[in-house]
Design a protein around this ligand. Structure first.
Ligand code: KIV
Length: 314
């Protein structure tokens, strides 16, 4: 930690502060008002703080963090502890947006009571305001149990990355009539079970539009066209920090990889040329201390250190 690192205080999103806190009710009202819902993933303090300050409504601590932050090949290895760790960091940064934690693979696929216990950890230990789970009608019982335990649930259907092996890869879903109808049934089932909103990922825009019309809860699209009630993207896709070509549905709003690369290269050059740090970037002895040291008899250890070239190996 740098001794110079200190953070600027922010206004908190408290009643009367002029920045009202986004809640489940705010998100649902936005659908009724036909006001688009802006959502984004974040996994750490700085990106969550920037995302919140920019006015995003809902911040998802997605298990995509396994791929874009932790370097896993898929989201499947992500653990509860990793999700809790990142959710806490995001929570510390966010004042206004709603914070939703993604339940990792395996944390809700067994017994309902275990899944509820895992979900409540996100609210109790990490400050999340809701959890997201992947799956449709097959999750109805679990969604009901979570709602009974006062845990708001964001559903996620269509291309569900935790079903990677079942789907046979990351493929657009809902392309046949049967799959089209099944997805609408899934959305209806999630709504009936109590989800406050549903993520629709990787589905044809006509299907997303139908789901959006069919359910009274908001739909949040990613690779699902423009007719959803809101949109979500992975932060690292948005700013080009993924080291992979962008998927069709991604719009790159910045090139952070290039920005960081340039900054790091220039830093290395400056260190190599000893132009960093400059005198203005260095600490100095108080005048009095410098004078006292200068008046002392010269001692071997006080002599200025001479920089010797390291002899080259033969
Ligand atoms: O994990 C994630 O980031 C997600 C979004 C892509 C919806 O599930």
């Amino acid at each position: 930690m740098s001794v110079t690192t200190s953070r600027q205080p922010r206004p908190s999103a408290q009643p009367g502060s002029g920045t009202p806190k986004v809640t489940v009710q705010t998100i649902q009202q936005k659908k009724r008002d036909r006001s688009p819902i802006a959502c984004l993933t974040a996994y750490d303090y700085p990106t969550a703080r920037l995302t919140d300050e920019a006015g995003v409504d809902l911040i998802l601590v997605g298990d995509s963090l396994g791929m874009v932050v932790l370097g896993y090949e898929s989201t499947l290895p992500v653990t509860m502890e990793e999700m809790l760790h990142h959710t806490r960091a995001v929570r510390r940064a966010v004042r206004r947006a709603m914070v939703v934690a993604d339940m990792p693979y395996g944390s809700y696929h067994g017994r309902v009571d275990e899944a509820v216990a895992n979900a409540t950890r996100f609210l109790k230990e990490a400050g999340a305001e809701a959890v997201k789970i992947e799956g449709g009608a097959n999750r109805s019982k679990l969604v009901r149990a979570l709602c009974d335990a006062e845990v708001p649930v964001l559903g996620h259907i269509g291309l569900t990355p935790q079903s990677l092996h079942k789907m046979g890869g990351y493929k657009v879903q809902g392309k046949t009539v049967a799959a089209f109808d099944a997805l609408i049934d899934d959305a209806r089932a999630l709504e009936a079970a109590g989800c406050f909103a549903i993520v629709l990922e990787g589905v044809p825009s006509a299907l997303a539009a139908s789901v959006t019309n069919e359910v009274a809860i908001p739909t949040i699209g990613i690779g699902a066209g423009a007719e959803c009630d809101g949109q979500i993207l992975v932060f690292h896709d948005l700013v080009n920090l993924t080291f992979a070509p962008a998927a069709k549905f991604v719009r790159r709003y910045a090139d952070a990889a290039q920005l960081f690369r340039d900054a790091i290269t220039r830093y290395c050059e400056d260190v190599a040329q000893r132009s960093f740090p400059a005198d203005a970037e260095s600490y100095h002895l108080p005048t009095e201390t410098a004078a006292l040291l200068a008046s002392r008899p010269a001692a071997a250890h006080a002599k200025p250190r001479t920089l010797r070239a390291i002899p080259k190996k033969a």
